[in-house]
Design a protein around this ligand. Structure first.
Ligand SMILES: CC(C)(COP(=O)(O)OP(=O)(O)OC[C@H]1O[C@@H](n2cnc3c(N)ncnc32)[C@H](O)[C@@H]1OP(=O)(O)O)[C@@H](O)C(=O)NCCC(=O)NCCS
Length: 143
């Protein structure tokens, strides 16, 4: 493992972020399940926190890849969002967010949503900067 790879592995562990929410009426739709837009906003927030903890630099969201809604999330359940950095480029990061739904009164938990969010670190001029300036990628390494 190169020093850069070691540092990435360390920061991935350190930056993993978990947010737990209760699904109450203000966040539900007419099916009495979690509104998709609310789920996306929560996922965007946890992915941003994860990416920021990883590099401690100003970031902007550059894309969100495919989001899979596998199971509805009923009102009155608990959800846990888990963000984890899964790719580190030169100036960009990809964060996977998994959303788990948990019954309040039974120990039942399953993955309900997953998605991938990409961020770019920017400098004062709003242009991309290295996410790991102390560990710049060797020119032979691929993105
Ligand atoms: C983010 C931004 C500065 C990037 O500028 P750019 O000229 O496209 O930058 P580059 O082409 O040099 O690409 C920079 C990095 O972003 C990545 N990137 C660019 N577009 C991307 C996309 N659609 N999806 C994933 N990654 C992308 C590139 O692969 C590159 O990654 P790397 O350096 O790790 O190899 C610019 O697109 C921007 O300001 N976008 C608006 C961001 C915003 O307002 N977000 C919403 C609010 S936070």
């Amino acid at each position: 493992m190169t020093p850069r790879e070691q540092e990435i592995a360390r920061r991935i562990l350190m930056s993993e972020s978990r947010v737990t929410k209760a699904v109450f009426p203000p966040t539900t739709n007419h099916h009495n399940t979690l509104f998709g837009g609310t789920a996306l906003a929560w996922m965007d927030e946890v992915s941003f926190i994860t990416a920021t903890r990883f590099c401690r630099l100003p970031l902007v969201t550059v894309s969100s890849d495919r989001i899979d809604f596998k199971h509805p999330i009923p009102a009155g359940s608990i959800v846990e969002l888990v963000g984890r950095v899964v790719h580190v480029g030169n100036t960009s990061l990809k964060v996977e967010v998994e959303v788990f739904v948990e019954d309040m009164y039974r120990p039942v938990r399953e993955k309900a949503i997953s998605g991938l969010f990409s961020f770019v670190a920017i400098g004062e001029d709003k242009r991309p900067v290295q996410v790991l300036p102390e560990f710049a990628k060797a020119s032979s390494e691929t993105a």
